[in-house]
Each structure stands twice: as C-alpha cells, then as structure tokens.
Design a protein around this ligand. Structure first.
Ligand SMILES: [Zn+2]
Length: 210
C-alpha cells in the first residue's frame, strides 16, 4: 500500500517536513514522548504494517540506514537499543523501528539513567522464548502468529512470538525505572511532559546532524 488514510506516518507533514534524515524509501522521525535525547525511529515512506512486510529488495537500504543511524546515535548520545513492535502492542500500524539510547545525562528537567543490559534489566519472563532475529523469521512469525516483537541490544537481536506487558519499553521506563517524564503511553502525554519532550526534541535535532 502506498499511503493509508488517517495513518500519522503516511501524512505528508511527518513523512517530509519533520524528517531529520532520509533515504529514497525511508525516513527518520522524532516521535512524541521521547525516552531520551537521541531517541528516534526509522520508518518506511510507504505503508507497511511492520518491518517484516518491507519488500526484500528494500531490506539492504533499510539495514544500511539502520546501521548508519545506530553509529551516529552511539557517537552523539550513547549506544541505543532497538525495538520494534511488529504489530503486537504497536500503537501506530505503520512500521517503525525505535532507537533508544541506553543512557541519558540528567538535566534540571529529567533525571539521568544508564542501562547496561536491556535483556536483563527489562526482565523478560522466562516463559517467553526469544528466537534469533532475521527478516525471514520475522515474516514467518507474522504469518503464523499474526505478529512478533523485535528487540536488539549489543550483538543480540531476537524476536518474540507474543507480546507481554514486560516487553513494552514505555512500561519499562515509566513503571520499572519510575521516570515520570516519560508517558506510559504517548497518547497520554501530559502538558508538563510535553514541555520536557520539547527540550529533548530540540537537543536531538540540534545534535543529530549529517
Ligand atoms: Zn502509514
């Protein structure tokens, strides 16, 4: 599908105006309710429900862009972890891969945090078995179970074939780390959080330049 009506990532404003980086078929956008400065998303310009639906011939471009963005975030803000809700728990039904820095320096507006190992700290329940990630496995999982969750930290990239609350990065930051500047759902962002969000956004934009 080229564009989907009512989809926020298909809208021209986000697709073109707010992109901080783009390639022929993908763009990078800063969302709402940033976890930290440097938190951003890699998004296809055309509408796909999840990254597993991205056509095979576009995957090298996607992987290349992801690698470039990872390196840039690592250099400017600190190494990120990656997460994609491949339909499960996804709040916008248009593929988007999150890059979230594992550390942030605190300011007057928000406290600092540092995560060493996402897999340990996010406390994935033992009964959820992770599968080594590949495009093929993600596509097969979507076909079989209707979705997947993708998580990558350091050299470990895995897929989960079902969604649990514990895998929600918002829940992790908001409930587990009790960082109150991060909304539990981006739709529920408060006026106070919006002000802090604007600061994080500004830092991201000003420092993330190609
Ligand atoms: Zn869309």
């Amino acid at each position: 599908m080229e564009k989907m009506k009512g989809c926020v990532f298909c809208e021209a404003k986000l697709n073109k105006g707010e992109a901080i980086f783009e390639t022929e078929n993908f763009f990078v956008n800063i969302g709402v309710g940033l976890v930290a400065p440097g938190h951003m998303m890699l998004i296809p310009k055309r509408h796909y429900d999840c990254c597993a639906d991205i056509p095979r011939d576009l995957r090298p471009e996607f992987d290349g862009a992801a690698k470039l963005i990872f390196g840039k975030i690592k250099k400017v803000f600190g190494a990120p972890f990656l997460v994609e809700y491949g339909v499960f728990g996804q709040s916008v039904s248009h593929a988007h891969l999150h890059f979230i820095p594992k550390e942030r320096r605190g300011t007057a507006h928000y406290p600092a945090y540092e995560i060493r190992d996402v897999f340990e700290e996010i406390k994935i329940p033992n009964d959820i078995a992770p599968h080594p990630a590949s495009w093929e496995t993600a596509a097969a999982m979507k076909k079989r179970h209707g979705g997947y969750v993708f998580l990558k930290d350091k050299d470990r990239a895995v897929l989960f074939e079902r969604f649990e609350q514990e895998l929600s990065y918002r829940r992790f930051f908001n409930h587990q780390l009790t960082l109150k500047d991060i909304p539990a759902r981006w739709q529920d962002i408060t006026e106070e959080q919006k002000k802090i969000d604007a600061i994080k956004k500004e830092i991201t934009k000003s420092r993330f330049k190609f």
